[in-house]
Ligand binder design. Structure first.
Ligand code: CP
Ligand code: NVA
Length: 336
């Protein structure tokens, strides 16, 4: 398996074998990092010294940015962070020109922003690998972290039932649907029909699912969705870049799809809970407080009880962002 020079834009572009290979490399790099460097030798062999990567963030980030930076430093590489303000990108300089400039200076480019088409365009004009750090449509590095986490807790991924509750027409649910279809899992989107993934993507994923022995299901019925689930996951009800005006309707529409003890009562006893984070599970955030003051809600997409329960593996998942992002950088820049 050789992924040298490949972009990492969405998992639809990767075969099941390639995705499993990235998970295997992630597990190996994780074990190497846990073992620490030996006899003053660099971690992971040090073949990347002298390389540099650019990190473009048009939206905020904690996990993704830190993962790319730590991954780069662990591999002996440099990293430059270009935040939502302060660069010429999008204001005075087009994506095509940015790609051609950064390709002359860097060995790889990460992009987090809005439409998927932007990261696809960046990749078309770039001479070096481009990695998607989240768009409105997809969050592929998050999927590798989630699958590694599930694998660590459940073993083989094939045949597992993964239920996504809440806003199922955005980057996280779309990505889970693609990933489950590729890896032969049983994907269930549980949400009001208005929040199901778009029909075109469902059609594409249905074809992928058939090839890989996966199933896709869409339902408004929480009990039916969660019965015998191995994994229950959710995401915020309002994503980055969406206007504040949508909160009221989202709370009304998605309230019944909160991940709570009732939802978990239908699942397998050892079912796990995943959330890409950040999560609104209490009022200890500025937005969480504002929502409480305006709508009286103390927790949103997941109750604090489930977030803090033994089902919850969200901090394993957060840690795995780094190991899996490192695997993407490592393999696409020639690591084996
Ligand atoms: N899950 C995730 O992408 O987190 P950040 O927004 O903090 O990068
Ligand atoms: N759906 C969320 C995911 C954050 C990691 C967003 O796009 O804001």
């Amino acid at each position: 398996m050789d992924l040298t020079g490949r972009d990492f834009l969405k998992l639809l572009d990767y075969s099941p074998e390639e995705i499993n290979y990235l998970l295997d490399i992630s597990a190996r790099l994780k074990a190497e990092k846990k073992a620490g460097s030996k006899d003053g030798k660099p971690l992971h062999g040090g073949d990347f010294a002298g390389k540099n990567i650019a990190l473009i963030f048009e939206k905020n980030s904690t996990r993704t940015r830190c993962s790319f930076e730590v991954a780069a430093f662990d591999l002996g590489m440099g990293a430059t962070y270009l935040g939502p303000s302060g660069s010429q990108i999008g204001n005075k300089e087009s994506i095509a020109d940015t790609a051609r400039v950064l390709s002359r200076m860097y060995d790889g480019i990460e992009y987090r922003g809005f439409d998927q088409e932007i990261v696809e365009e960046l990749a078309r004009y770039s001479d070096v690998p481009v990695w998607n750090g989240l768009t409105n449509e997809f969050h592929p590095t998050q999927m590798l972290a989630d699958m590694l986490t599930i694998r660590e807790h459940k073993g083989d991924l094939k045949g597992l039932k993964l239920v996504y509750m809440g806003d199922a027409r955005y980057n996280m649910a779309d990505s889970y649907m693609v990933t489950c279809a590729k890896l032969g899992m049983h994907f269930v989107a549980c949400a009001p029909e208005e929040y199901w993934p778009n029909k075109e993507l469902i059609k594409t994923c249905q074809e992928v699912a058939t090839e890989n022995g996966a199933t896709l299901e869409f339902t408004e019925d929480v009990e039916k969705a969660c019965t015998d689930a191995d994994v229950i996951c959710t995401d915020v009800w309002v994503s980055m870049g969406e206007p504040d005006e949508v909160w009221e309707k989202r709370i009304r529409d998605l309230g019944p799809y909160q991940v709570n003890a009732k939802a978990f009562s239908y699942a397998k006893k050892d079912a796990i809970f995943l959330h890409c984070l950040p999560a609104f599970h209490d009022t200890n955030t500025r937005i969480g407080k504002q929502i409480y003051e305006k709508y009286g809600l103390k927790e949103m997409e997941v109750t604090n009880e489930i977030f803090e329960s033994e089902h919850s593996v969200v901090f394993d998942e957060a840690e795995n962002r780094m190991h899996t992002i490192k695997a993407v950088v490592y393999t696409t820049l020639g690591g084996k």
